[in-house]
Design a protein around this ligand. Structure first.
Ligand code: ADP
Ligand code: MG
Length: 244
């Protein structure tokens, strides 16, 4: 098998005294789609935030595209270039237009020429099906539209991996579908993805691998068919019983 694009090996993390990630191991291959679920507080956000060093781990190894994350700032920057992240709460810049939200990092951080950044941004807005919103401010858009802008923004630096942390949890129900559609499209194009979500219809359709976390541990890793039909772990079974 080729080298995994994400390697998480024996990772432990504490918030002060609180042991939040316990011996976490996960490998993600290029093109693989991983869906992570589990009860609130089980460490899902913390785990994926460690992958682009929004959080530090205290022991074990995390590497993206062969680059190990640690105190080396250059390595952290190199990993962040390769990883796009989408949060539950959109996190768009409210004082910038949609187009400016998309061109800011390419122009200011990556040194892309403004005109090239704009044409990439417009192509991505087409891809998330809101090119007509380019000149608006985030506050003028619906939640679903804002989240699609956030996805387009994360794609602007051409990441090798996309991380989604409950991207539809803050949306009104009628807007969940349009965001999941965009994510399914990305998956179909071959993007490597880790999605924390409890949208199990999406998970069944898109995931190659399901991961269940509980109390800081990964307790089950399985293909969706097995995961949903015959979960091996009692805690997984109980959890699925509650949410499906
Ligand atoms: P999940 O995303 O699965 O709901 P999180 O990774 O957000 O879980 O949180 C895991 C646990 O760590 C929770 O008990 C949460 O309260 C705690 N936690 C999260 N962030 C912090 C922090 N910055 N400081 C202290 N505790 C935290
Ligand atoms: Mg979370």
């Amino acid at each position: 098998m080729s080298t995994p694009i994400i390697e998480i090996k024996d990772v432990n993390k504490w918030y002060g005294e609180f042991h939040v990630l316990k011996d976490v191991c996960l490998e993600v291959a290029k093109g693989e789609k991983v869906v992570v679920c589990g009860p609130s507080g089980s460490g899902k956000s913390t785990m994926i935030r460690c992958i682009n060093r929004l959080e530090e781990h205290q022991s074990g190894r995390i590497a993206v595209d062969g680059i190990e994350l640690g105190d080396d700032v250059k390595a952290v920057e190199a990993v962040r270039r390769r990883v796009g992240m989408v949060f539950q709460s959109f996190n768009l810049f409210p004082h910038l237009t949609v187009l400016e939200n998309l061109t800011l990092a390419p122009v200011k951080v990556a040194g892309v020429a403004p005109r090239e950044a704009e044409s990439t941004a417009m192509a991505l807005l087409e891809r998330v099906r809101i090119p007509e919103q380019a000149g608006k401010f985030p506050g003028q858009l619906s939640g679903g539209q804002q989240q699609r802008v956030a996805i387009a923004r994360a794609l602007c630096l051409k990441p090798a991996v996309m991380l989604f942390d409950e991207p539809t949890s803050a949306l009104d129900p009628e807007m969940v579908g349009e965001v999941l559609d965009v994510m399914s499209g990305l998956a179909a194009e071959g993007m490597t993805m880790i999605c924390v979500t409890h949208e199990m219809g999406f998970a069944r359709a898109v995931a190659d691998t399901m991961v269940f976390m509980d109390e800081g541990r990964i307790v089950e890793v399985a293909p969706p068919a097995q995961f949903f039909q015959s979960p091996a772990n009692e805690r997984t079974r109980r959890f699925l019983g509650k949410i499906i």
